[in-house]
Design a protein around this ligand. Structure first.
Ligand code: GRF
Length: 208
């Protein structure tokens, strides 16, 4: 596939950036037919910036406090993604809730990863929510983003059993391993044109 036809990905991350790293590695190794064109972060301290440097991916820090409104900040994020010719936006620990306008702009081209088996435990501290609820199995979900918080159509999930001695941290670590596996896998399916959103369901075209 030529550089011109390869899907171009923009990743939005606020912190550690381990999912961004997994996506960048998968793209670099050729296991997803896509190029990570740009990393955008809303925090100058985000470790994701160092990871971008390591992968030689262009990184842009767009801090909300430099803009007069949420809309103005988002407009700059959109302009940066467009400037890089991005066809898919991956949220990877991006700690801001996007406006409806942003979601509409990238409708069907906007993915997120969440550390639970959605629709259970949306929102913050999903691992703690799972521990406190007493469930025996939790996991990770890749989903298209809609206007709700962690409510969009589900692309991929992986289950992670909860152990009786788990803490929030040990559980988060095991879920993270699954996140790093299913996020690149979901992106590969999208890049290969195999995902169709049908209402709440995502149909995956099987290939032999
Ligand atoms: C991950 O647990 C992801 O599921 C959630 O935020 C965390 C980001 O971790 N949305 P990282 O920055 O990718 O390491």
């Amino acid at each position: 596939m030529s550089e011109q036809t390869r899907l171009r990905i923009g990743v939005l991350a606020s912190g550690r950036g381990s999912n961004f790293d997994a996506i960048a590695r998968a793209a670099a190794s050729g296991s997803i037919p896509a190029t990570v064109a740009v990393l955008i972060t809303d925090r100058a301290s985000a470790r994701a910036l160092q990871i971008a440097r390591h992968h030689r991916i262009e990184a842009v820090c767009i801090e909300p406090r430099d803009y007069p409104s949420r809309e103005a900040h988002e407009a700059q994020v959109i302009a940066t993604l467009e400037k890089h010719g991005v066809g898919l936006v991956c949220l990877a620990g991006y700690m801001r809730i996007l406006t409806g306008a942003f979601v509409k702009h990238f409708e069907g081209r906007l993915l997120n990863i969440h550390p639970s088996l959605l629709p259970l435990f949306p929102g913050l501290r999903a691992q703690r929510q799972a521990l406190e609820s007493g469930v025996k199995v939790t996991g990770a979900t890749v989903h298209f983003v809609d206007e709700g918080v962690d409510t969009g159509p589900i692309v991929a999930q992986a289950a992670v059993p909860i152990r009786s001695n788990d803490t929030e941290e040990t559980l988060a670590d095991r879920i993270l391993l699954e996140e790093h596996r299913i996020y690149p896998e979901a992106i590969r399916l999208l890049a290969e044109g195999r995902l169709t959103i049908e209402g709440r369901r995502v149909r995956i075209e099987e290939r032999s």
